[in-house]
Design a protein around this ligand. Structure first.
Ligand SMILES: Nc1ncnc2c1ncn2[C@@H]1O[C@H](COP(=O)(O)OP(=O)(O)OP(=O)(O)O)[C@@H](O)[C@H]1O
Length: 268
């Protein structure tokens, strides 16, 4: 299902946080948002899963303005892994994942065979099949993350919205998550800090800076050394990944773009 974010603007506490945002994800595409802290990635994603209402512009899901859908209708189309990863659920892991089925249920309706199957498959898919009875609040950050991803998968949405899904995950689980996204081929909007992960998984990338889009296109076109110096203030070399051929960003972890401030440089 196609997502179109059109000329979106959002203000928070009286300040315009993002403006003029145009992002399209065609059916089955994985589209990434990257940018420095505070650039507006989560704000854009929150309008897609209806946590925030735009001040201007709109979000179309399959051609329909998401604000015109009922909460259940939009939750059947769009599932989110938000940045807020609540630890306060006094529920079992299985119960948290089963919450993903709520948009399909009438009030007080019990679980049916499809629900049971989808919940089990989602837990299996994130490698948490054996943890169904554990208390969600007693899980590690990375385990919680995987359970919340399972909840989003159990929702069986046409569109996935993922805000920093690789946070807290060890490298094996990061790789598995990216493989899962590629394999699912649902329309996916994803905010990522890990630019190499973004280069490997995204069909298209949008770079946000101070609430505006400064570059859009295929990862190879967008992730240039000049752009990364300008937007992130880092020195990088972009090379070809020796295993995959994807763009590989090699960071200079010793000095930012433009060099270190004099005092620090002198002390080296
Ligand atoms: N409730 C709020 N009230 C006022 N300003 C807010 C609120 N929430 C976020 N902001 C501000 O909006 C801007 C964009 O925040 P947002 O969380 O969208 O950025 P981000 O790119 O996702 O950042 P990060 O990489 O740190 O997660 C920031 O300057 C932030 O301080």
């Amino acid at each position: 299902m196609r997502i179109a974010i059109e000329d979106l603007a959002v203000s928070l506490s009286g300040r315009t946080v993002v403006h003029g945002i145009d992002v399209i994800a065609e059916d089955g595409e994985i589209v990434g948002l990257v940018g420095p802290n505070g650039s507006g990635k989560s704000t854009v994603l929150r309008t897609v899963y209806r946590h925030l209402a735009p001040d201007a512009g709109r979000v179309l899901v399959g051609g329909t303005d998401i604000r015109t859908l009922t909460p259940a209708q939009s939750a059947q189309r769009v599932a989110a892994l938000p940045q807020e990863r609540g630890s306060d659920f006094e529920l079992s892991v299985r119960e948290v994942v089963a919450m993903g089925r709520t948009p399909y249920k009438r009030a007080f309706a019990g679980e049916d065979g499809t629900d049971t199957e989808l919940v089990a498959a989602a837990l299996e898919r994130v490698g948490m099949a054996g943890a169904g009875r554990r208390r969600f609040s007693a899980l590690s950050g990375g385990e919680r993350q995987r359970v919340l991803l399972a909840r989003a998968l159990a929702q069986d949405p046409r569109v996935l919205v993922l805000d920093e899904p690789t946070n807290h995950l060890d490298v094996r689980h990061q790789v598995e998550l990216l493989a899962l996204l590629r394999e699912q081929r649902r329309t996916t909007l994803i905010a990522l800090h890990d630019l190499n992960a973004a280069a490997s998984v995204c069909d298209r990338l949008h770079v946000l800076h101070d609430g505006a889009l400064v570059a859009s296109g295929a990862p190879r076109e967008v992730l240039t050394a000049d752009l990364l110096a300008e937007v992130f203030g880092v020195r990088v070399a972009v090379v070809e990944h020796p295993l995959t051929g994807d763009p590989l960003i090699a960071f200079d972890h010793r000095s930012p773009a433009g060099g270190l401030p004099g005092a620090v440089a002198a002390a080296r």
